[in-house]
Write a protein that binds this ligand. Structure first.
Ligand code: NAP
Ligand code: COA
Length: 289
């Protein structure tokens, strides 16, 4: 049964394959934040392509339900593991579970994150620190443990899920923008230092993605129509789109891509809301010529 705070996750009713069904068959992905939202769907898409998964988060009940839902829909094994990414000892234990269960890790998705709207002037010390700890330190902690225990000797792919908030600066999001900016730059250092060991490291930076906790928390009263209008392609992204971008990035087709950020936001971060007005002014101006 779903709790009112956290609706049960659902898999897609049907799925059209663009890539070979077995393109990442036999691989194993460790996915933080995989019990819900975008990272749940990343897990689903990976599993639909033959990849076994470990999904990590703090809420074990929800993780267990999500793992069962994913396995029922795909027929592929998913292991739920309780872990707070802020706590290195828990991260080490969780990665050990993955290695005991599957004997390998090929892909790490760092998706665990926290967010809420808050102006800087009313943000407490602990509020800012909490988001930095979950997002930035969490990404560092999990990457370090997976690298030390497996990627250092076997290679692998890391995708850090970031955002576009820090490109222009975003009001009420200083904590998350700072945390995601740090992750983006950590990614470059990881790619540089770990490339020789066969590790590719990337960021995927989604814009507003429908049917997610992120959009539920951060819309700040804006309607779906308002959000869509502010995006040049006039729609939010979908969880499936982010999952499929990650799928491409973890295949050998993307073997040359490392250190980069794939921005998946319909060009939203470039828009400042003045576009329609300016276009209208231009048309009026031209009509008087
Ligand atoms: P979500 O469903 O709330 O996903 C966040 C996940 O992180 C949850 O499963 C949560 O599980 C886990 N988590 C939080 N704190 C944790 C901790 N300390 N240790 C381990 N796990 C922790 O939200 P979402 O909207 O799908 O976001 C997923 C990712 O996409 C995030 O990185 C977010 O910043 C990014 N993103 C989202 C959007 C959007 O439009 N939704 C846009 C840009 C970027 P527990 O509560 O069980 O720990
Ligand atoms: N506005 C201002 N401050 C807030 C806040 C809000 N909406 N929500 C939490 N905080 C502050 C708390 O008051 C606390 O600071 P304090 O000790 O000075 O009072 C600090 O942040 C930590 O809060 P706490 O609830 O103890 O942290 P937590 O570790 O249990 O949870 C959160 C972390 C706050 C990020 C929580 O929202 C969460 O678990 N989020 C995961 C899901 C999510 O955010 N999904 C969207 C991803 S885009």
């Amino acid at each position: 049964m779903a709790s009112s705070e956290f609706p049960d996750e659902k898999c897609m009713d049907s799925y059209n394959y663009s890539f070979d069904k077995n393109i990442i068959g036999g691989k194993v992905a460790f996915i933080t934040g995989g019990g819900s939202g975008i990272c749940f769907t990343i897990a689903e898409i990976f599993m639909r392509h033959g990849c076994r998964t470990v999904i990590g988060g703090r809420k074990l009940d929800r993780l267990k339900k999500s793992a069962k839902t994913l396995t029922d829909a795909t027929g592929v094994k998913c292991v739920p593991v309780q872990v707070d990414v802020r706590k290195p000892a828990e991260v080490i234990a969780a990665v050990d579970v993955c290695l005991q269960e599957f004997g390998r890790i090929d892909i790490l998705i760092n998706g665990a994150a926290g967010n809420f709207l808050c102006p800087l002037e009313s943000m407490s010390f602990n509020a800012f620190r909490t988001v930095m700890e979950i997002d930035t330190l969490g990404t560092y902690n999990v990457s370090k443990v997976v690298y030390d225990k497996y990627f250092k000797s076997h290679g692998g792919v890391i995708i850090n899920i970031t955002a576009t908030l820090h490109y222009r600066g975003t009001i009420l999001q200083a904590h998350v923008g700072s945390a995601k900016a740090a992750i983006e730059y950590l990614t470059r250092h990881q790619a540089l230092e770990w490339g020789p060991q066969g590790v590719r490291v990337l960021c995927v930076a989604p814009g507003a993605i429908g049917d997610t906790e992120g959009v539920r928390r951060l819309s700040g009263g804006a309607t779906q129509e308002d959000i869509n209008r502010a995006i040049p392609i006039r729609r939010m992204g979908t969880r499936q789109e982010i999952g499929e971008i990650c799928l491409f990035l973890v295949t050998d087709m993307a073997g040359l891509i490392t250190s980069s950020t794939v921005i998946a936001d319909g060009a939203a971060w470039l828009a400042d809301g003045s576009e329609e007005k300016r276009m209208e002014m231009y048309r009026k101006f031209m009509s008087r010529m």
